[in-house]
Design a protein around this ligand. Sequence first.
Ligand code: NAD
Length: 375
Amino acid sequence: MADILRFADKHGPAKIIQVFEPSVDLKALLVIDNTAMGPALGGIRIAPDVTVEECFRLARTMTLKHAAAGLPHGGGKVVVFADPKMPKPAKERLIRALACSLRAVLDYIMAPDMGTDEECMAWIKDEVNKGVAGLPAELGGIPVDEIGATAWGVSQAVEVALPYSGFPPGFSLSKARVAVQGFGAVGKHTARFLAAQGAILVGASDSAGAVYDPQGLDVAELIRLKDAGKSMLDYPRGEKFDRDGIIDCDCDIWIPAARPDVVHEDNVHRLKARLVVEGANIPLTYGAEKYLHEQGVLVIPDFIANSGAVICSAAEYRGGADCAILEIIKEKVRSNTRLVLEEFKAKKIMPRDAAVKLAEGRLDKAMSFKRWSIY
Ligand code: NAD
């Protein structure tokens, strides 16, 4: 008990549920962090190397993300300990088994994350008689990854953060050299949105490797390669590196859009950018963010910059349409980024500390209305 409660603080987690079904080799964990603002909403992640701690930290990120974005949801997360690239019939069995095991949990709404997609959500919806987010358009879903909802918000945060980042006067996005780690739904669309504003993509990476070209990479060509199942290493020009080579990339703006904790105390000194905007969840350890803050590098925290998808999920859950969603994301991400950066400037604190203060202030208010505090 003491072991499982080692993460507990005044905000959660409210529940930790272990899921096990040996007939389909299902081993999973649900963390419901805090439901004071409403039922927990959070993605289902399939990965062989996730940990209990990662699951809790991701659930907490969701709590803070919803609170910061003013959405009536709490934070939750499911991790399934498996290989996301398993054959499709096995994956369908696993997902359906998970759905059946969690169908009676009324304060958690299932949604996709790494290793799961809208088809998985459709299988879940077929099994459970309750709301699911991230569904295919045919079942009322908003195509978050197709429209690049998260990346759209990340690109808005970049634009708002530029004047706070210590660039020389007159510096603008049209002069900015950008590097993106991870070229999936978040990374490729962020590259596309920033390039559309004149930024030059000088570096990009995926799980196979990294490519660098100070003259600029062709974003459309990279996207075509990824869509064809190829990698950054198949790009015909530029210098190639192993995937962590992207950390050394000479650039002004660095966008992590891959995995948690990819930048930590041992490699953070290699980063050369003045501005880091977190597209992925918890891509930098707290120690790495602290080091960058001390070096005068601005880091816009994940739950402020990458809330586009949760804004979509919350809208979808309530039957909203996708036509107005990009405008809502723009407005929410820009205003929260500005609030955090004004606090950072005034109090000289880390942007993450300012962001946590903002979100926790809203969460504490919601908790004050409850008979029990966190659920
Ligand atoms: P994705 O699976 O579509 O893409 C991930 C990309 O990262 C792939 O290109 C993969 O090859 C690459 N990658 C994996 N490990 C890597 C490594 N060590 N170095 C470099 N590249 C690596 O995932 P996504 O939906 O783009 O999500 C990326 C991150 O953003 C995740 O942390 C996810 O939790 C977070 N996130 C996603 C959304 C969303 O809307 N999709 C919203 C918020 C946060």
